[in-house]
Design a protein around this ligand. Sequence first.
Ligand code: ADP
Ligand code: MG
Length: 340
Amino acid sequence: MAQNDIGIDLGTTSIIVALEGKGVVLNQPSVVAVDHRKDQVLAVGDEALAMVGRTPNYIAAVRPLKDGVISNHMLTKELICRFVNKVYDSHLIKPRVAVCVPAAITGIESDAVVEAVVAAGARQVFLIDEPIAAAIGSGIDVREPSGHMVVDIGGGTTDIAVISMGGKVRATSVNVAGNTFDDEIVKLLRLKFSVAIGLRTAEELKKEIACCRPGTFADSMEVKGRSLLTGLPQRLTVTTEDLYEAVMPLAEQIAAAAHQVLEKTPPELAGDIYTDGVMLTGGGAMLKGLDEYLAQQLKVRVRVAPDPINCVALGTARCLVIGEELESGFQDATPRLGRR
Ligand code: ADP
Ligand code: MG
C-alpha cells in the first residue's frame, strides 16, 4: 500500500482522518464558519467551533453534514478540501482517498463528496458504507461468511446493520443518536427544574453522569443555567437518577430498532450474531450502561468497540488495503466524475 493513502470518516459531529498503519491523524468538529456578507468560508473545524457564539451576526457557524445528510454542498466541499490539505503533503504523489459516507446520503450528495476529494488532490476516490467501515475498524473480519451486527451511534443517526462476506445484509438508520440525548436532557431540565441549559452543558451531563442501566451507576454534577422563573442565572445539581427519564426512552428506541433488524435477519446469520454478539461503535457507544441495557433487551452479548469514536475512520483507511475482497460495501467512485 502507498504511504499516502487516506481514510476519511465524514461524520455529523466530527471529521476524522486516518492513515493505514499510522492511525488517526486529524479529528476535528465538522463545523464551518461562514461570512454571509461575502459568502466566504472563514474557518473550519476547531477554529470554526471556537467562533460559535463569539462572532458578529453576519458570521455563522454551520454544520454542513447535519443529521448524517449533506445540507450544503458548497460548504461540505470546502470542509473536505481544507481537511485533506491539512494531512496531505502536496510534494508527495497524489493520494488515494477512501471516504465513509453516512448511510442516508443520496447519489447526488456523494457525487459532491467525490468531487470535493478530487479537488483536494486525490488521484482516486473510494466510497465505503459506514457499517462496513465501522465493522472493519472494530476488528471484525467482514470477509468471512459469518453474520455480524454493528450498531453505530453517532451524533445525528444510529446506524444498525447486519453484514456478512463484506456486504450489508440488513440495515436501518434511526434519528435517535447522541444529539437526541442532549436535546432530551435540555427538555427534562426545563420541565423538571424550570432551568434552561445549553446543549454543551447537556452533552457534559450525558457524558459524565448519564447511565442507561438503572441501579449500576450513581453520580451528580453541578451545572449552570438560567431559571425560567426569575430569568436569572442559577446553579443546579443534577443526578444520574434525574436523567433516567430523558435517556431511557431513547435507549429503548435504539433497542427496538436493533430488534427489528434482528427479526428480519436470515436465521443462519441471526445464529451467528447470537454466538458472536453485537458490536457498538460511534461516540454514543460510550454512554454508560447502554451496552448492558442493549444486551438485556436483545438477549445477546453486546461489546463496545476498542476505540469507538475512531472505528469508522480506521476501518475506512484499512479498506484501501482489503477493498478488493469486499463484496459490495466498497466502490471506486472516481469514474463517476466522467458522467458530469
Ligand atoms: P458522528 O459519526 O455523527 O460524527 P461520533 O461517532 O463522533 O458522531 O459520535 C458523536 C456523539 O458521541 C456525540 O453526540 C457525543 O456527545 C457522543 N459522545 C462522545 N463521547 C461520549 C461519551 N463518553 N459518552 C456518551 N456520549 C458520548
Ligand atoms: Mg460516525
